[in-house]
Write a protein that binds this ligand. Sequence first.
Ligand SMILES: Nc1ncnc2c1ncn2[C@@H]1O[C@H](COP(=O)(O)OP(=O)(O)OP(=O)(O)O)[C@@H](O)[C@H]1O
Length: 655
Amino acid sequence: MAMVNGEDCCVKVAVHIRPLIGDERPQGWKDCVTVVPGKPQVQIGTHSFTFDHVYGATGFPPSSMFEECVSPLVDGLFQGYNATVLAYGQTGSGKTYTMGTGCKDGSQTGIIPQVMNSLFGKIENLKDQAEFQLRVSFIEILKEEVRDLLDSSYVGKFEAVNGHVGKLAVPGKPPVQIREASNGAITLAGLTEVFVTTQKEMTSCLEQGSLNRATGSTNMNNQSSRSHAIFTITLEQMRKLDPSVTESAQTEDVNEDYLCAKFHLVDLAGSERAKRTGSDGLRFKEGVHINKGLLALGNVISALGDEKKRKEGVHVPYRDSKLTRLLQDSLGGNSRTVMIACMSPADINAEETLNTLKYANRARNIQNKPIINRNPISEEIQRMRQHIEYLQAELACYQGGGASDEIQALKEKVSWLEATNEDLCRELYEYRSHSVQNDHFAIDNQKSGNSFLKTEGLKRSLDGIESFDYQMAEVLRGDSKGIDEEVAKEWEHTLLQDSMGKELNELNKRLEQKESEMKMIGGFDTLALKQHFKKKLMGLEEEKKAVQQERDRLLAEVESLAAASDGHKLPDNHLQKLKALEAQILELKKKHDNQVQLLKQKQKSEEAAKKLQEEIQFIKAQKVQLQHKIKQEAEQFRLWKASREKELLQVHHLP
Ligand SMILES: Nc1ncnc2c1ncn2[C@@H]1O[C@H](COP(=O)(O)OP(=O)(O)OP(=O)(O)O)[C@@H](O)[C@H]1O
């Protein structure tokens, strides 16, 4: 079963077919249930049903039932998910055997003892990462009354006038009352909850409660459970979170998570029709009560399991019985639930078996919405942590996206200035080259002296020449074109180096700017942020669903009240609550839209970061090219200069 939080998760249904027992064979009863080999498919007569798992008969061995069906629920418990296992079936079909509710002499075969084993094994393995607290309660619902099977005031076994074998509670002790908390959670007021620290203590609670359970003899089972029994394990844990995964973990207490999940293990009373139990009078009346719970359970399953009814928003009659009220969360609510349909293979039970299969088949369509259960403090911490994350994400978006318009404008301005600067440099260079050429032209024209020579370099050259003899001067004069060329070349070299140096400076500046922009965008873990946003969206979606569900529930209640009140005015508090829920839905919608907007902005800033990265690479490549060019030009000039000097020296040493 996948671990889902707030997502729909169907009730899983497994079938457990017991073998023919006792004198069923000698009495000539035959197997009437067949299992399609290798498939979770059961056939009875012309009917065929597919379930999630089929155990017993020729299906899978019952020993794999725990691993396949129940073990994932135990794992979920440690993650804060509620769980329920329900055993359903006619009397004598093996519900108590399957659940292990009749746990005697330390028997380990039923589901409950195996849950205990697994639970304590896991606690032992996880004890360094969390602190655990376990509580158990055990109740039975008998004749629409909730009885506390762990109440120590049960004083002794007796055969009561009404024919039950059971224990008597001290008179005057108020019966257990069902209460509904403001958040819709069902609680039992006055219920004994026993804190346990060892498996032995928990087993002893199960055994003690089982002994207190009312049983009676019927034609079909001489140790028949006449009640619905619910053994509940509550696991509370305080987990130390890994600081590396909690960004906002600043202090010790923020870095903890408090989870609290419940595991209901339910052994229902037999679903048989009264006439077959051979029960006149007392057992018959009991059967009526048992059937009241099971009938209500059937109606709940039918309302939840029928897609059409679900879509029409049909009222779910949880309140029709104590059993359905207590199992409200297990069916269509906050729990991961497995139903085990127990059945006898004997042909004499064919009709009941077919009913069980139909009942179970419908339950498969029920969709639950399990959520992680945190205690209120942890919930508050979680909310605050989310709020911080939310603000951090918003800040990241504003830094990465919000101010980008301003940056963009500045960037454009810088580019324009850079381009203008380049043009001006080029113009200046051309102007200077031009002026050197003009000077050279003047030399050629006047063919005398050096007073017209403007440049310092040339002046220096000719100053040196003055000391040469006539021949030398002639040579030099004859080479005056070469000297001009040298001056121009020097100019060209200086200007080129100058402009390339400036260009390099500009590139460095641009690179620096882009890299600091990149730091601003890239300083956030984009993947984590994306996940954060997605998680937020999902969270909001869940919240919205929960509120909508509450609204639908209330609407259904209002409808049924309206029908019952014959046109009388509806209670104000219902209408007010409805209005408040509508407002809450609207608010959540707004939040959702906001988040979508932020997610979009985040994506935009990611694109901007990618573009920026490309720009940085481009500038770096340009820089390398330019540096290469500067070097090359300097080298060329150096070589030219060296050869020129060599030439001059040669001339100087002419004989
Ligand atoms: N899978 C099985 N293998 C062997 N024996 C079984 C199996 N399942 C049930 N039995 C036996 O069948 C008898 C009836 O089982 P059980 O008491 O568990 O039925 P039940 O459905 O709980 O009945 P009730 O609703 O009357 O309490 C018991 O003697 C039990 O040991």
